[in-house]
Design a protein around this ligand. Structure first.
Ligand SMILES: C[S@@+](CC[C@H](N)C(=O)[O-])C[C@H]1O[C@@H](n2cnc3c(N)ncnc32)[C@H](O)[C@@H]1O
Length: 195
């Protein structure tokens, strides 16, 4: 992995940016290297550091990202240019709830890292945008230990927790999907679309 990218990740962490945690990041890049997706969708892009790492891991892949924060979009585009992946990456500015139903493209790999209370709502759109044989990689699926009951859920997070439980139930029980849940950091799930 490029030293400069890892340095930017460290800086972003120190600045309190909500970037993907280290072990989950390693698993993301390992999975991309194994699966070799040619079309990637990322929901919740932040600074674009994971996008860049995925595009460097699979040098012929193209990526579309969805990011709601207008201020970040210029930073993301600058980072893409800086790392020479701007010809393979584009960003949709807006709310994933509104953009996902409008997507017409199909993707080999979807990295879901947007608002945690909306994963279940997004799922039908994600699955219809995913090619058969494609992979859905989702971060935060154990959501601070609330989802498996290790940590008592504060009242204000009940709705998010329930949404995440519904998401997890669906991806682990649907006969059309094969899912592994990794108990690392905030929890990662990797789902293959079987048919
Ligand atoms: C955890 S960060 C993403 C980190 C990034 N994937 C990475 O690996 O570095 C979540 C991002 O989702 C964005 N976001 C939050 N709500 C969103 C929404 N409704 N639609 C699209 N993006 C959203 C936030 O602005 C933030 O940049």
């Amino acid at each position: 992995m490029i030293e400069r990218l890892l340095k930017l990740r460290e800086q972003a962490k120190q600045n309190g940016e909500p970037i993907l945690r280290d072990k989950s990041f390693e698993l993301l890049i390992k999975t991309v290297k194994e699966k070799k997706p040619q079309s990637i969708l990322e929901i919740g892009v932040n600074l674009g550091l994971s996008s860049i790492a995925m595009l460097k891991a699979e040098p012929t892949a193209k990526l579309s990202g969805i990011e709601i924060d207008e201020k970040r979009v210029e930073l993301i585009k600058n980072n893409y240019r800086d790392f020479g992946v701007d010809d393979r990456a584009n960003i949709f500015l807006g709310d994933a709830s509104e953009i996902l139903p409008l997507l017409t493209g199909k993707y080999d790999f979807i990295f879901l890292d947007g608002p945690k209370g909306h994963y279940y709502e997004y799922l039908p759109h994600l699955l219809s945008s995913l090619n058969v044989g494609g992979t859905l990689f989702a971060d935060n699926v154990l959501f601070r230990g609330y989802v498996d009951g290790r940590v008592k859920t504060p009242h204000r997070f009940n709705t998010t927790k329930h949404s995440m439980e519904n998401f997890l139930r669906e991806i682990t029980t649907s006969p059309n999907l094969k899912t592994t849940v990794y108990d690392i950091e905030d929890g990662v799930s990797i789902t293959e679309k079987l048919k």
